[in-house]
Design a protein around this ligand. Structure first.
Ligand SMILES: Cc1cc2nc3c(=O)[nH]c(=O)nc-3n(C[C@H](O)[C@H](O)[C@H](O)COP(=O)(O)OP(=O)(O)OC[C@H]3O[C@@H](n4cnc5c(N)ncnc54)[C@H](O)[C@@H]3O)c2cc1C
Length: 383
């Protein structure tokens, strides 16, 4: 059976929840969606290749194009449509294709700071024909990102890049990467953001194996790699300001996406395990934190939909995310007990548990977020 709505558009729905209801009907009736319901990945690579089909289905049927402007290959509407799509996928026990998380971070930046690249590059990215990475961190520049050293020097109609990046999520599976490099003097004013093709001479991408045995991220080595001038995002020296703009999506929109996962996993764990009052408090605490994350990030998504510029308060979303992610997985592990450790069919759950340990680090560490909230939201003194 095919979709009840051939090509949905934003004006067909008077609210994101009406859109969510129609999407749910599509997913539960369209045969092409069936292989993805209840899908459990064997590995990251397996998930990446299998879920390309889901990403293409959502794009071709129009559902994932809502919430993005026409210049990106979208069908109009604001980010609340994307938020409703993520929630619907979780509700249906369908996985979110990993590239969607990168889209939430990179596409808004391209739309604002590099509109000249949108028409040509974004539709393929939304559909999943291309995957992009984010290459900011370096071996000696993570929290202190403004000290990064990758050099960007003018050369003809473009620039040459030399340096090393690390922890680029899915860098080895990506065709391109948004990259932050030093085009000027020291400090944040000397930084520029560019979009680089990774499959070119002068670039080597090496996967990094994480604790769960999966290649989550990569090192990227740049040796005189060339990037044309029209791949500069924003202007020379604007890289830091753009990275700060990006963070509101990375911390807010990502938080919304993840809260759906936590609610879903808590529910699944309760159904998998044997009722035991000893764990009620721990499960309830994790649920309360996930609910707090849901309420906070819902407001953030609504503010993003109103095109408000978010400030340091978005670090609160990230802090709530850390607490909810750790508490959810601690509670699930405790509740399922030995089964969690030993049951072969729960390997996917163990992978998610191990990934959750990175929550206090990715997207800006917990300590840095606390400092931002203390100083820039609460106005506490620096010492
Ligand atoms: C799962 C995952 C995915 C990631 N994906 C990407 C990606 O796609 N692209 C990318 O560019 N990077 C990515 N990163 C890297 C991430 O952004 C960095 O790990 C993070 O910014 C911290 O930097 P660092 O690892 O260099 O740690 P450091 O900055 O060396 O920090 C080490 C410890 O010291 C603490 N610390 C540092 N400075 C201070 C301070 N001033 N005050 C108090 N405490 C401090 C930190 O909180 C931390 O606990 C990813 C990381 C993870 C875990």
């Amino acid at each position: 059976m095919t979709s009840p709505v051939a090509t949905p558009t934003a004006d067909m729905f008077d609210s994101p929840s009406a859109y969510a209801a129609a999407l749910q009907q599509f997913l539960s009736t369209d045969e092409r969606a069936k292989p993805y319901i209840g899908y459990r990945p064997h590995s990251l690579e397996d998930s990446a290749s299998h879920l390309t089909g889901l990403q293409a289905l959502l794009f071709d049927s129009g559902w994932s194009r809502l919430g993005w402007p026409h210049s990106a290959g979208g069908l109009g509407g604001d980010p609340r449509f994307r938020a409703a799509m993520f929630q619907t996928l979780w509700n249906m026990d369908m996985p979110i294709p990993e590239p969607f998380t990168t889209l939430e971070i990179l596409v808004p930046v391209l739309l604002v700071f590099a509109p000249h690249l949108s028409d040509a590059l974004l539709p393929g990215l939304l559909r999943g024909d291309d995957t992009w990475a984010q290459a900011f961190s370096e071996p000696d520049a993570g929290s202190d990102l403004a000290s990064l050293r990758t050099k960007m020097e003018p050369d003809g109609e473009g620039f040459r890049l030399t340096g090393q990046k690390v922890w680029s999520t899915f860098g080895h599976l990506s065709k391109r990467s948004v990259l932050l490099a030093r085009s000027g003097g020291p400090g944040h004013k000397g930084l520029t953001m560019v979009l680089v093709d990774l499959d070119q001479p002068g670039i080597e991408v090496r996967p990094i194996r994480a604790e769960d045995g999966e290649n989550h991220f990569s090192e990227i080595f740049l040796d005189n790699a060339w990037v044309p001038a029209d791949r500069v995002i924003g202007t020379l020296g604007q890289g830091w300001a753009i990275a700060m703009y990006m963070l509101q999506w990375e911390r807010g929109a990502w938080g919304w996406l993840q809260q759906g996962r936590f609610h879903q996993r808590l529910q699944q764990a309760v159904e998998l395990g044997t009722p035991n009052p000893d764990f009620a408090q721990q499960l309830g605490h994790a649920y309360a934190l996930s609910a707090a994350l849901r309420l906070t990030t819902k407001q953030t998504v609504e503010r993003l939909a109103r095109e408000e510029q978010l400030g340091p308060e978005v670090s609160v979303d990230k802090l709530l995310l850390i607490d909810a992610e750790l508490a959810t997985w601690d509670a699930i592990r405790a509740y399922l007990g030995p089964r969690f450790e030993a049951d072969d069919s729960l390997q996917w759950l163990r992978h998610e548990y191990l990934f959750s340990r990175a929550a206090p680090i990715y997207g800006g560490s917990q300590e840095i977020q606390r400092t931002l909230v203390a100083q820039r939201v609460l106005g506490m003194p620096r010492d």
